[in-house]
Write a protein that binds this ligand. Structure first.
Ligand SMILES: [Zn+2]
Length: 271
């Protein structure tokens, strides 16, 4: 109908499916966000007022009070500038915290300290206080009784995974593997024991498994092979290549999936 507005002088663009913030629920735990390799990864666990990575910002992400960074590659942190600006303005007075692998804290603080026209943010929040360094086994208390524990992963830069617990049970509601190879999870499959495990699936094409491992990333076949040993309820295949469609993933999955986990490719559903 939009073409009829104002005699056809007002028109609206269509909504492209790949711009949607995707969302998934399992047993009352809700995950929302975007994750496209090399472009942007940013998830929200609204229940704990927590974001994991901030490759881009959105209204939902701006409302989160803690950002747990897995690493500082630009597709995981580029939205921090927008988040700091929107969060400290639109949610003024709320906690503002960015947790970063300890080895990168000094550089990230310096970058935010000199970013042009971030003066309003620097007046509203003490960045030195807001940036918290983390190492494997660091535990961060989150809103609503939640907590996050960092664990080691194998990427091509300083990187962490995060296990997020939303109540006082020991089993994490969510585990974010961040970017990295499958090896730490092959060595210890219990790392992914959770309601929702979000893993790096940057490579999906046959013949690219070695390239994936050498580049510090996961491959679809790695995760399919690991399925019989995984105890997560849902395995989210995140960080998929930009051109990925639901159909291209479905045609690469075996008819009889081993194991019990539900597979959730983080891409808009079949059209
Ligand atoms: Zn990365």
């Amino acid at each position: 109908m939009s073409h009829l507005l104002n005699g056809g002088r007002v028109r609206f663009p269509g909504v492209s499916a790949d711009l949607w913030e995707l969302q998934f629920d399992s047993r009352g735990t809700a995950l929302a966000g975007v994750s496209i390799a090399a472009l942007a990864t940013a998830f929200a666990v609204d229940r704990c007022k927590t974001a994991i990575d901030m490759g881009r910002c959105s209204g939902l992400l701006a409302a989160q009070e803690t950002v747990l960074l897995t690493h500082c590659h630009s597709d995981h942190v580029a939205g921090l500038i927008a988040w700091l600006s929107a969060h400290t303005r639109r949610h003024r007075g709320r906690p503002t915290r960015v947790v970063v692998p300890r080895e990168r804290r000094t550089e990230l603080l310096a970058a935010l300290g000199i970013w042009p026209d971030l003066d309003g943010v620097r007046r509203r929040v003490d960045l030195d206080e807001a940036l918290v360094g983390a190492s494997p086994d660091t535990t961060i208390e989150l809103a609503d009784g939640g907590s996050a524990r960092a664990f080691a992963v194998r990427h091509n830069t300083a990187a962490l995974g995060w296990a997020v617990t939303t109540d006082h049970t020991s089993r994490p509601a969510l585990v974010f593997a961040g970017d990295g190879t499958v090896e730490p999870f092959r060595d210890d499959t219990a790392l992914l024991d959770s309601e929702i495990a979000v893993v790096d699936c940057s490579f999906v094409d046959p013949g690219t498994r070695v390239a994936a491992r050498l580049g510090g990333h996961g491959h679809l076949m790695d995760w399919i092979e690991l399925l019989p040993d995984l105890r997560c309820d849902a395995l989210v295949l995140a960080h998929l290549p930009p051109e990925t469609t639901a159909e291209s993933i479905l045609e690469r999955l075996p008819e009889d999936l081993p194991g019990t986990a539900t597979i959730v490719p983080w891409v808009a559903g079949p059209r």
